[in-house]
Design a protein around this ligand. Structure first.
Ligand SMILES: *Cc1c(COP(=O)(O)O)cnc(C)c1O
Length: 490
């Protein structure tokens, strides 16, 4: 894609890397990171992992893209997932010993129910699903969280620090964070969810984890109340310092990094040099942005298709250049019921030729006017790589049913949104890979309604409904929540 002329740095300082490893850019032996708003100093990988959001409100991105040369791609075809993971991520990482980083990768993915971690399954001529739901909580967020949890813990441990991670969840993210941080030494985790307002499977994935550092709190209120409590805690400087509050939300660069891997893993299997099309169920734009990074590194990607449900801000942007949040509507694919796609700012930074001042101006407009518009000079390059579709509820249901009829497989509503988008765009000689982001059993009710048959929980969590639950119910009251957290940590 011609967002910015790809720089092809000569390779220096890469001699200690195995053949086939992505090459670090020439300017320094380590990738460093800049903010998309351009008003804070560059940071190292370890710095951005600990910081999350930049202090100027921006998101960190690599200053340059490490390269995956054709020879490296050929080497990766057929390599095990862990090996691809190491070779893709290593040039972005600092602060870890190579052997230790390999170990963390191995540990992160050892608990996946499928040995391939992200297997490809063919569902039609030239059409594949990439199954990303074999982790402990049955959604793709495990792929990044399982590694981030271990990296985070290691860095804190080395620095002799402890942090308190607090999060608010309406479903998938909380469970993935709990599974990633359970029994980690340097981290205490508190997840707030709205009492009685998430599915039983989602609740049980959080509350049945029996680990001393995991605390699940049912708030007597809505998801918005939970988010307001979270904001209240972070805005209370005394409390924030005292407990060393931290967050691991989807804007953390380390989460994007771990997601680049499966794009490479899948494409080289069908290539390794043949361009492929990825269709990605999209909410916060984190997952599909990782595909964009793979492309910038040199992976042959013909198209990235952003598939949204009725919450279609991104689809409208790719159609018109206008970015304008509207009201969130509830759908069968709740993990994409999002109006402001936080990771989109990372792409916008490239579309603006990496001009942080221009991004800041657009973001200020978004805040004050509720929208911004980019011109054809910005939209054109985006549309050279990205396509998009918005899929309504009826089409999602029909797609679940049709996939079942065609293949005998049950797909979850998020995955179905992606498949519907792939069909709508048309399949051709370019191989199409649809990201399957959740296991059908995670959204069993919606799937059963659509397909007329209920998906079974996979073996490793088959006893989910028999496990004992641990949680605390608290009123929607900031002081009560703070008192509870303080008492648990001290
Ligand atoms: C989080 C999530 C998505 C959306 O991913 P983004 O990175 O937010 O675009 C899609 N499907 C499922 C099942 C999810 O949990």
């Amino acid at each position: 894609m011609g967002v910015r002329p790809a720089r092809l740095p000569l390779d220096r300082g890469a001699d200690r890397l195995a053949a086939g490893t992505a090459r670090r850019p020439e300017s320094s032996s380590l990738v460093h990171y800049v903010s998309s708003r351009g008003r804070v100093p560059d940071l190292s990988f370890e710095g951005v992992m600990r910081a999350g959001l930049a202090a100027d409100g921006g998101l960190y991105v690599p200053a340059e893209w490490p390269r995956l040369e054709p020879a490296a791609l050929r080497e990766l075809a057929g390599a095990p997932y862990r090996e691809v993971a190491f070779r893709v991520m290593w040039p972005f990482v600092d602060g870890f010993e190579e052997a230790r980083f390999r170990e963390l990768i191995a540990e992160a993915y050892a608990g996946f129910a499928h040995a391939e971690v992200a297997p490809l399954v063919q569902i039609g001529p030239g059409h594949w699903l990439m199954e990303l739901f074999h982790g402990p909580t049955l959604a793709f967020k495990d792929v990044a969280m399982q590694l981030l949890g271990r990296m985070f813990d290691e860095v804190l441990d080395r620095r002799g620090e402890r942090v308190t991670i607090v999060g608010a969840t309406s479903g998938d993210t909380g469970a993935a964070a709990i599974e990633a941080f359970r029994e980690r030494q340097a981290v205490e985790v508190f997840i707030l969810y709205p009492d009685g307002r998430i599915s039983e499977a989602q609740r049980r994935q959080m509350t049945t984890v029996d680990a001393p550092n995991v605390h699940t709190i049912a708030i007597q209120g809505t998801f918005d109340d939970c988010q307001a409590l979270l904001k209240g805690m972070f805005n209370d400087a005394g409390f924030r310092e005292e407990l060393r509050l931290s967050a691991v939300n989807s804007i953390n660069w380390a989460r994007v990094l771990a997601q680049i891997v499966y794009y490479v893993y899948a494409a080289v299997q069908l290539g390794p040099e043949r361009p492929v099309r990825f269709v990605v169920p999209t909410g916060n734009f984190g997952d599909i942005y990782a595909g964009y990074v793979a492309h910038r590194m040199g992976l042959p990607v013909a198209r990235l298709v952003a598939a949204t449900n009725r919450n279609d801000i991104l689809h409208r942007f790719f159609q018109s250049g206008e970015y304008r949040p509207s009201t969130v509507v509830a759908t069968q694919s709740p993990s994409m019921d999002i109006q402001v796609a936080s990771n989109f700012e990372r792409l916008l930074f490239d579309l603006c030729d990496r001009d942080g001042a221009e991004v800041s101006t657009l973001m200020r407009q978004l805040e004050t006017e509720g929208r911004f518009v980019v011109g054809d000079n910005r939209l054109g390059p985006a549309r050279a790589l990205f396509a998009s579709a918005s899929i309504d509820e009826a089409e999602t249901t029909a797609t679940i049913r049709r996939v079942r009829e065609m293949t005998g497989m049950l797909v979850d509503p998020h995955t179905a949104v992606g498949i519907a988008a792939a069909w709508a765009g048309g399949l051709d000689a370019t191989p199409t890979i649809n990201l399957a982001t959740a296991h059908a059993a995670k959204f069993g009710d919606a799937v059963a309604r659509a397909a007329g048959t209920a998906p079974a929980l996979p073996a490793h969590i088959a006893d989910l409904y028999q496990r004992e639950e641990h949680f605390t119910v608290l009123p929607n009251d900031l002081e009560a929540v703070q008192a509870h957290i303080r008492a648990q940590v001290h």
